[in-house]
Design a protein around this ligand. Structure first.
Ligand code: ADP
Length: 512
């Protein structure tokens, strides 16, 4: 454009001539509102509609209060009155920011400028709005979210930790220190953290931690264990949830939360007690039904055998032996006895039908799973001694069945210890796994330092329905033996062991 053009440009001579003032108002990039002294919006430009999220004309006639969060409305009313008493240009917000409300309910931080205007004799105010400093807004949002997090953390009773794996120290919050009974302040050594964990849960925790720290895994730690508070000596159930952060394939930090789950554990314990009661009842019912099924199968052949035997006996006693009659009676006895035997086999075959699903198992993992289950069941007070041979060959077996066998042996051991009143600190259950290479089997030993058996008892413990317990059924050991045998192994008791009871079972290698 040439200078001459500019000089002759009529818009320069009188830039506002012919211009619609509303168009100018609407074209301004700053958000503007014209509000009267009763607090009603008379005009709003497009920028204002945009930042408040309203459509065209929706802002006009609206009470300006509607643009203010309810908690600030009271204050706003007195401010509006004060402004119209001494109307003068002023800037507000000055970096502190004021909070306004969008139509969608979101809050908006703005700095506000106010200019008094008189329109047709009535006082109005032109409000210009500038979104407040972004950093300030972000800080505010962060503070709000931190406050929310803190409230949620307190409501949920969460303790927070940040484990510096390299230096072996744990930065923790007040709640975690309370749970651990730590007086060391908010930095704890990993040794101190471990020391508070119940001795029977320490090893499983360390195994879980090692797994989480393995860069090939997902870095997650999730476990439940007991913590003995160093101050009040109270045992509490804790859940830990954490995530390991790796740097160049090395575990750097483990950050997470801990929570007291005593209440949940109590509920679980009650539930388990109810389940155990139901299981015992069910076991008794199964025993009664099985016995009556056997009685049913044997009853008629036994009656027949008894009648034929009597006939034969009478014939012999009478002195005049009718050999045909005696032969028939004895033959009938044999037939009935064979029938009874067949019926029993058929009944057993019926009860044993169904295939057992087997898989290659790491027996140490099955032992650990059984231990976790036993811990949850709260199977009494004793020290657990584990001697699990590493790198065992896998065995082929049904996981649930073998877990059940280990649990049953542990349950018997814990009950024996309890009945004998073995001092809680001396009571020990030891579990050992070992490789018997020459036999191509893995052997599991479960041993306790309870009262053991006398010579008579030990002869019967694998017999069905043999029990020395007031509420026992006597099917645990026979079932364990049947399960191990169904998986190709053997289960026996060590009769030479006299410091308690010692059971062994074997399972064949998955690949021999
Ligand atoms: P139950 O536990 O219902 O009695 P089991 O078949 O499991 O049935 O056990 C049979 C019996 O063997 C028990 O009643 C007990 O006398 C004896 N027994 C089993 N395990 C042990 C043990 N670890 N120490 C002492 N006695 C045991």
């Amino acid at each position: 454009m040439h200078d001459t053009d500019l000089d002759t440009d009529s818009t320069l001579a009188d830039p506002l001539s012919g211009m619609d003032l509303y168009e100018l108002f609407d074209a301004l990039p700053d958000a503007l509102l014209l509000v009267n002294d009763r607090g009603r919006v008379l005009l709003a430009n497009s920028a204002a509609q945009h930042i408040f999220g309203y459509g065209e004309n929706e802002l006009c006639k609206l009470e300006v209060e509607m643009l203010i969060p309810s908690r600030f409305r009271e204050h706003h009313r007195s401010y509006l009155n004060a402004f119209f008493i001494h109307p003068q240009k002023r800037a507000m917000g000055d970096g502190r920011g004021l909070v306004l409300l969008r139509q969608d309910g979101q809050e908006l931080m703005v700095d506000i400028g106010l200019s008094p205007i008189t329109l047709q004799g009535s006082s109005c105010v032109l409000v210009s709005l500038h979104p407040a400093n972004r950093r300030h807004q972000a800080e505010q949002a962060l503070r709000t979210s931190e406050e929310r997090l803190l409230l949620a953390k307190e409501a949920a009773g969460l303790g927070i930790f940040d484990y510096d794996c390299h230096r072996g120290v744990i930065h923790c919050d007040k709640r975690l220190c309370e749970l651990w009974g730590s007086e060391a302040g908010e930095v704890m050594t990993h040794e101190a953290f471990l020391a508070a964990i119940h001795s029977n849960d320490r090893l499983p925790y360390q195994v879980a931690l090692e797994k989480a720290m393995n860069p090939e895994g997902d870095g997650r730690l999730h476990m439940e264990f007991r913590v003995i508070n160093a101050i009040d000596n109270i045992e509490r159930w804790i859940v830990i949830l954490g995530r390991v952060h790796f740097e160049s394939g090395v575990a750097k930090r483990l950050v997470g939360i801990v929570r007291d789950i005593a209440e949940r554990k109590m509920l679980e314990k009650n539930l388990l007690a109810q389940r155990a009661e139901a299981e015992t009842f069910f076991g008794q019912q199964v025993a009664v039904r099985t016995a009556s099924a056997i009685a049913h199968q044997l009853n008629s052949p036994l009656t027949a055998i008894s009648i034929y035997s009597e006939v034969a006996l009478r014939a012999v006693q009478s002195g005049s032996i009718d050999s045909d009659k005696v032969k028939h009676a004895l033959e009938s006895c044999v037939t009935q006895a064979q029938f009874a035997g067949r019926s029993l086999h058929e009944l057993l075959a019926f009860l044993q039908k169904g295939e057992t699903k087997t898989e290659a198992l790491n027996i140490n993992e099955v032992v650990m799973a059984a231990l976790a289950y036993a811990r949850d069941e709260g199977s009494g007070e004793f020290t657990l001694s584990l001697d699990l041979q590493p790198d065992l060959p896998t065995v082929r077996a049904n996981r649930m069945q073998i877990q059940k066998v280990i649990l049953n042996l542990m349950k018997n051991a814990a009950e024996a210890i309890q009945v004998a009143n073995v001092n809680a600190s001396a009571a020990t259950i030891a579990i050992r796994t070992e490789n018997l290479v020459e036999k191509s089997v893995v052997m599991v030993t479960v041993q306790d330092n309870g009262p053991g058996f006398d010579q008579e008892t030990v002869k019967h413990i694998f017999e069905p329905f043999f029990t020395t317990k007031p509420t026992g059924i006597g099917i645990g050991l026979p079932i364990c033996r049947a399960l191990v045998e169904a998986n190709g192994g053997y289960l026996w008791v060590d009769t030479d062991y006299h410091q308690g009871a010692r059971f062994h079972f074997t399972l064949p290698f998955a690949q021999s």
